[in-house]
Write a protein that binds this ligand. Sequence first.
Ligand SMILES: Cc1ncc(COP(=O)(O)O)c(C=O)c1O
Length: 387
Amino acid sequence: MIKLIKSSFHREADTKRALADFVLSHDVFSMTEQCAAFETAFAAKQERAHAVFVANGSAANLLLIQALLNQGTLRRGDRVGFSALTWPTNVMPLIQLGLEPVALDCELDTLNVSPETFEAHISQCKALWLTNVLGFCDDLVALRSRCEERGVLLLEDNCEALGSRMHGTLLGNFGAASTFSFFVGHHLSTIEGGMVCTDDEELYHQLLVARAHGWDRSLPATARAALRAEAGVDDFYAKYTFYDLAYNVRPTEINGFIGNQQIRYWDEIVQRRASNFALFHAAMTGNDDFHQLDVSHMDCVSNFAMPVVCRTPQLAEKYRAAFEAADVEIRPVIAGDVTQQPFYRKYVKDDAGRPHARLVHTAGFYFGNNPELTDDELATLRELLRG
Ligand SMILES: Cc1ncc(COP(=O)(O)O)c(C=O)c1O
């Protein structure tokens, strides 16, 4: 079978051996040096000033929204535009934390929100919370400049797009902050894991406080001293002083250690996935059964799964059957139009249709793109895409 996820780690045998040695030779596994080293390495590779490592990508999203509320950049009741084609734990934090989600349809050729679609909603939105779906983006340069002009806070859920680039800029670096997932099968795996990146030092401090109980222990010394002075606490009580609303979404040293092993393969992983994508894209191009993807504005598309959107649900049935007959594991394209999911309908009154996101759901599917695909498997997949 051509599985969606072929392994837990890139270069799995080496990573498992190193992990076994690490566990046998260490006693402390709660968050400390390995996690800190992974944050430093990740911030450097992602070309961002700050990176905050957390338990998973969903926690990264929740933490980011909480930190923005704690900072006062967002307020309860603010309207936040988000990509209707997304993963549920992208929009769930908006609902959980009292913001008002405004669902935005995607384009069929980029699977992302376009500047034109956002323009129709820009006057109501305090923030735009984009998902860079499956390594793709729409015109992020135009979206960023429109957000700047109108004072809209731009945020990116980059859990599916590590390593993709547009106009020389890594996806995840267009907004004020971005989130990442290191769940198995994503570009980098730490089994479970996530990251929030930002260049904003004040937001960085809010993230550190909200990541662990609301205390100050992860803060740099000067920021910690300032908080303690303001609250009037001495060193004894500072240990159990809690400054703001928080969670405990810390990762462990085991996740940190794996992250430090895997990040060495960042370029290899991204390039391999990008070259697989180029082969799939070439095979699909010209097959009129599919909506064609437009990636002409992107320098690099690196995804962990390859979406196929057929022109009709009937064609989708035919292609899904052909992929399954060839023993290829397939899934729906993330949550489709997330506003049609039961949880969303329970909490948000919104009957407007998002026809593109809906079509992606009813006429789409994806299969895995991972660095371990063999030449034979690549050939099978390309043949299937040619129709
Ligand atoms: C766009 C997006 N956001 C958030 C997440 C959540 O990440 P995690 O599974 O690490 O919680 C995912 C998971 O795949 C995702 O695709």
